[in-house]
Write a protein that binds this ligand. Structure first.
Ligand code: HEC
Length: 177
């Protein structure tokens, strides 16, 4: 009795999913066609595009790691993290070029490209002092865009501790130890 009840419940849950996945969707007698919009039935599955805040929270994590890599003079890791920041920024330009009618892609170029390039040079030169100054200028650039987009309440600063404690920021070479 319980088993058949569970089976019936499982079927009930599955039918709408199956209907969504198939084109044209079968219409079992007990399904509720009103819940499935016609366009959802025919359209290909929609690609998932993260919201801008999700891209930004990834950038925030990398910004944190970048700081501790640079502080530890782990220059390959610092270069890597800055590269990741650049990658996500480029994703933002591709996927969220316009945000609340603001030309975000162009703002990205205008506001932060120079700071990223300067920081890259400091990392290449393994210059800890220039790295720290460049990191602060990068954070200022983050904040400049937040202000320009009426998000001035989002303020980026130097971190005081790593987000994750299970990643070792000290320099390691690629040789097995
Ligand atoms: C070109 C503009 C621009 C630049 C440059 C920029 N941001 Fe943002 N950021 C935004 C916008 C716009 C939002 C608000 C997103 C929303 O409302 O969904 C935001 C939101 C955020 C948030 C809030 C996310 C949350 O859910 O709390 C964080 C954190 C953040 N940015 C970090 C950074 C960091 C770190 C940098 C620099 C390395 C940076 N941002 C550079 C435009 C920018």
């Amino acid at each position: 009795m319980l088993r058949s009840l569970l089976a019936a419940l499982a079927m009930g849950a599955l039918v709408p999913l199956v209907a969504l996945a198939q084109t044209p969707a079968p219409q079992p007698a007990d399904s509720k066609p009103a819940e499935i919009k016609p366009e959802a039935k025919s359209a290909a599955p929609k690609a998932y595009i993260p919201g801008l805040e999700q891209f930004m929270n990834v950038i925030l994590t990398e910004h944190n790691k970048l700081w501790f890599a640079g502080r530890a003079r782990n220059w390959p890791l610092a270069a890597y993290e800055l590269g990741e920041i650049k990658e996500v920024m480029s994703d933002v330009q591709d996927y969220v070029p316009v945000f609340k009618s603001l030309p975000l892609a162009e703002m990205m170029d205008a506001v932060i490209v120079k700071e990223v390039a300067d920081l890259e040079k400091a990392i290449e030169a393994k210059d800890a002092k220039k790295f720290a100054a460049g990191f602060d200028r990068l954070s200022a650039a983050c904040n400049a865009c937040h202000q320009a987009t009426e998000n001035g309440f989002i303020v980026i600063k130097r971190p005081t501790r790593p987000v994750f404690t299970n990643q070792d920021f000290r320099p390691h070479d690629n040789r097995a130890r």
